[in-house]
Each structure stands twice: as C-alpha cells, then as structure tokens.
Design a protein around this ligand. Structure first.
Ligand code: SF4
Length: 127
C-alpha cells in the first residue's frame, strides 16, 4: 500500500515512499526497472524518475528530500545509489543480484519480477 503523507497534527509522520530504478542496459537493470513498475502498479510506492534527479530538476530533488526513497539497482555497481549520494539524498538500496540472479544470465520473466517484488515488500514490511 502506498504510504500517505500526513500534514495534520495527529503525529503521523509517515513519508511518501518513492521508488527509483537504475534501469540499466544489463538484464538486471531491466529487471530493476520492471520490479519498480510492478511495485508502483501494486501501489506499494510511487515510481519516480532517476533521470530527473540526475538532471537536477527541482521538482524531483525536492520530492526526494522528504520521501522514503527505495533505490533498485541492478548490480553492485550501484549507479542509482551513487547518484543519490552525489546529490546528498537519502535512499535505501535494493540490488537485484542479491536476489539470486546473475548479471548477464538473468531473464526478465514475469516470475522473476513477481518474486523479487515480493521479496522487496517483505524486506521493508513494517518500515
Ligand atoms: S547498477 Fe548495474 S545494472 Fe544498474 S545501471 Fe549501474 S551498472 Fe547497469
């Protein structure tokens, strides 16, 4: 379920959850992208544009400053995580190759995307 922003005085300080993907050319980058879209479709969070952050577009930067940012990187190179670090933005990183997949030998099947999306939800459950 997408996290709601609460601006009243009830003490609920849950942040909006934004999902980013490295969307790299590698097969695991493709899986990262598809998993991010799947999580968005499930309304677990809202997918945002990593390119918008890289381009220093103020709307994307300001949104990321106040959100619970989940970065899905395809491999340990961690391009998305590094970009956020360079911009001084916080994020929690998920690496697709940590989910039993090998870069270069990872078909982006529906089953793989659903499994990894489920594992990400479980990892962050209660967060
Ligand atoms: S994190 Fe890995 S898969 Fe994603 S863009 Fe960087 S090198 Fe490519």
């Amino acid at each position: 379920m997408r996290m709601a922003q609460c601006s009243c005085s009830c003490g609920n300080d849950q942040k909006i959850r934004l999902i980013y993907s490295c969307s790299g050319a590698a097969d695991v980058g493709k899986i990262a992208d598809l998993v991010a879209r799947r999580l968005d479709d499930d309304e677990w969070g809202g997918m945002s544009c990593l390119s918008g952050i890289g381009a220093d577009l103020s709307g994307f930067i300001e949104s990321a400053k106040v959100a619970d940012n989940i970065m899905i990187d395809g491999c340990p190179v961690g391009c998305g995580r590094r970009l956020f670090s360079q911009k001084g933005l916080p994020c929690s990183e998920v690496v697709i190759t940590d989910h039993g997949l090998v870069k270069g030998s990872a078909p982006a099947t529906v089953e793989v995307v659903e499994r990894v999306a489920g594992e990400i939800k479980a990892k962050f459950s209660g967060k």
